[in-house]
Design a protein. Structure first.
Length: 202
């Protein structure tokens, strides 16, 4: 049975990385190889499968007639960073080694076209998300003015962050509805019906 290092010699994504680094020294190649050996031990799947999965997840998507922009800081690749760090800690790696492995992994993924999140904080773990309940949302709506109610309702329905909502334009809404011809409508129709739709949800 071939070792992980031997399998990497036939991994299409790793070979793609090497082809894009023609001046790579043998020492650097060994370092990248060792990084991926540890990463594959962590994911328990071939490297090319992980890369292919990450590529499919980094596209913008349409949900409920809304364009959801890909955010690497709230994606699987971000979670993988911290889980890989935790794996290396459990393997007894020093902080210096962990930082070296993560830098190498980021260099490989970046070369392969994976959109990366911010460099992880090696001294912390990602915070758990608190998902608001329907009662939580209703309470906030009850104490909000009409201007904030529209924003809060929209955020609750779409799951978008405030920064993402602030960057939206009318064109984004129109583009989103083009993918669903049966639900295509004018700007005036959208504005006149949005409050009715939100009120019915609560």
């Amino acid at each position: 049975m071939k070792s992980i290092r031997e399998k990497l010699n036939f991994d299409p994504e790793f070979q793609n990385f090497i082809l894009q680094k023609p001046t790579l020294s043998q020492e650097s190649l060994n370092a990248y190889t060792m990084t991926l050996v540890n990463f594959i031990k962590f994911t328990d799947e071939p490297f090319y499968k992980t890369v292919q999965e990450l590529r499919t997840l980094q596209n913008d998507r349409i949900e409920n007639n809304m364009i959801i922009r890909f955010n690497p800081n709230q994606s699987r690749i971000n979670t993988l960073h911290y889980e890989f760090i935790e794996f290396l800690r459990n393997q007894g790696c020093s902080n210096t080694s962990i930082e070296s492995y993560v830098r190498s992994l980021r260099a490989i993924l970046n070369t392969l076209g994976i959109i990366l999140p911010k460099t992880p904080n090696f001294n912390s773990r990602p915070k758990d998300w608190y998902v608001l309940t329907k009662s939580d949302i209703k309470y906030v709506l009850d104490i909000s003015t009409v201007h904030y109610k529209a924003l809060i309702n929209f955020a609750a329905v779409t799951g978008l962050r405030v920064q993402d909502i602030a960057s939206l334009t009318v064109k984004d809404f129109m583009t989103a509805t083009e993918a669903c011809p049966r639900h295509r409508f004018s700007v005036s129709f959208f504005i006149s019906n949005i409050f009715i739709t939100f009120e019915n949800m609560f």
